[in-house]
Design a protein around this ligand. Sequence first.
Ligand code: ADP
Ligand code: ZN
Ligand code: MG
Length: 487
Amino acid sequence: MNAADKYETVIGLEVHVELNTKTKIFCGCKNEFGAEPNTYICPNCLGLPGSLPVFNEGVLYRAVKAGLALGCTIADKSKFDRKNYYYPDLPKAYQISQYDMPIAVNGALEIVKKDGTRKKIGITRLHMEEDAGKLLHLTKSGQIGDAEESLVDYNRGGVPLIEIVSEPEMKTPEEAYLYLTSIKSILEYIDVSDCNMEEGSLRCDANVSVMEKGAKQFGTKVEIKNMNSFKNVQKAIEYEVERQIKAVEEKEAIIQETRLWNPEKNRTFAMRSKEGSNDYRYFPEPDIPPIVISEEYRQKIKKEIPELPMQKTERFVKEYAIPEYDAGVLTADQATAAYFEKTAKMSGEPKLASNWIMGDLLARMNAAGLQKISEVKILPEDLAKMIGLIKNATISGKIAKTVFEEMFNTGDAPDKIVKEKGLVQITDTGAIESAVDTVIAANSKVVEEIKGGKAAGLGFLVGQVMKQTGGKANPQMVNELLRKKIG
Ligand code: ADP
Ligand code: ZN
Ligand code: MG
């Protein structure tokens, strides 16, 4: 038995999400990415003595909305606490966060795996807090310790965050990946964050441990930070599981610590031993009154939550009879889902619409480096029209690929392309017959073989006729005519 088969992996994720409010959480400074360093700052977010925090209601609204969308119970009463630690990116030497009375608890989300099975992952809690500033270390070697200078930008200090903590219920890197894509998708649907990972709007720490299969007690966990894409999270967990199993097999102790993922070296490195919550000396934030949530407020926000990805997936499966996995891909973002629905409705062919979007369109977008379907030039009504042209035999499936490519590049309507490029399918028996005759005359050997029982040659002849007609002959008619003539 493989050593790895003796163990099971336990994964819990902590996700930090920057909220898309106009201003910061406790002051009126702009909450915007990409400005000149230290331009969106004030005495408050710089932690100057005498400044007092004023809580931004837009943060509460978004946190409650996210909590509800993730199936959490929203607290009746919640409060902020000070988490004390010193670091140059934290000028107050404490972060205003939430400790024992978070805004939301006990949620769950469901992931759909490739094999179609579903799994519920519990969400322990969701709380609000402020982001820290950003340090930039000028180092040639890449090691912070070698830095000759370090710069600090406080624009990010005081940007509102929610932290979403999962239960330790994921067992594979794939499950962790799906959990993250689901969270991102839900938060985008409810419009509380742009979830832009490159800009750091969505950040994830992974907690990983291994234990012998069937063990009652979890192994010691290691926390991994510094992963800037979901693929990296998956890779980091894969690496870490292997490292820990090896350590356990060699009877080495796993140390509870924070490790950093290095994407160039494809491995994790120890960063520091993990602080316990005692080290932070949490205490209630005295300058912000506790938050009381009314049932009315909860209900008002609940009504503003749109159909969520999982509900949409279920509806697509029912309404359009497409496989659950496909529906999951199509509903990952609202724009793609809307694009599909429009194409499906206008063409009356949901399955074909799904095939063209999931296959050709997504592949073509990938190749062209397009992230969003809104950047695609093909309008859904034109894709529907193109499907109509295949259905009424104006173009063959093969020609459709050419038409599609042209639509993708120019955004032109399919009928216009077909007309201008002379791509209409030849269904005129006379024209096809003459091409068939030419091919038969030029390939007497193959024809003899077919007559002798080697049917494989037929496909070759069909191909020849298609070539003769520039791919425009109706393949079914070509097939029939060849069979008739050869007998
Ligand atoms: P800490 O106080 O060290 O931050 P928490 O109990 O708050 O630890 O858990 C942080 C995250 O670690 C949660 O997402 C939780 O699910 C996960 N976690 C807890 N124990 C383990 C474990 N043994 N293995 C993997 N993940 C774990
Ligand atoms: Zn400020
Ligand atoms: Mg924690």
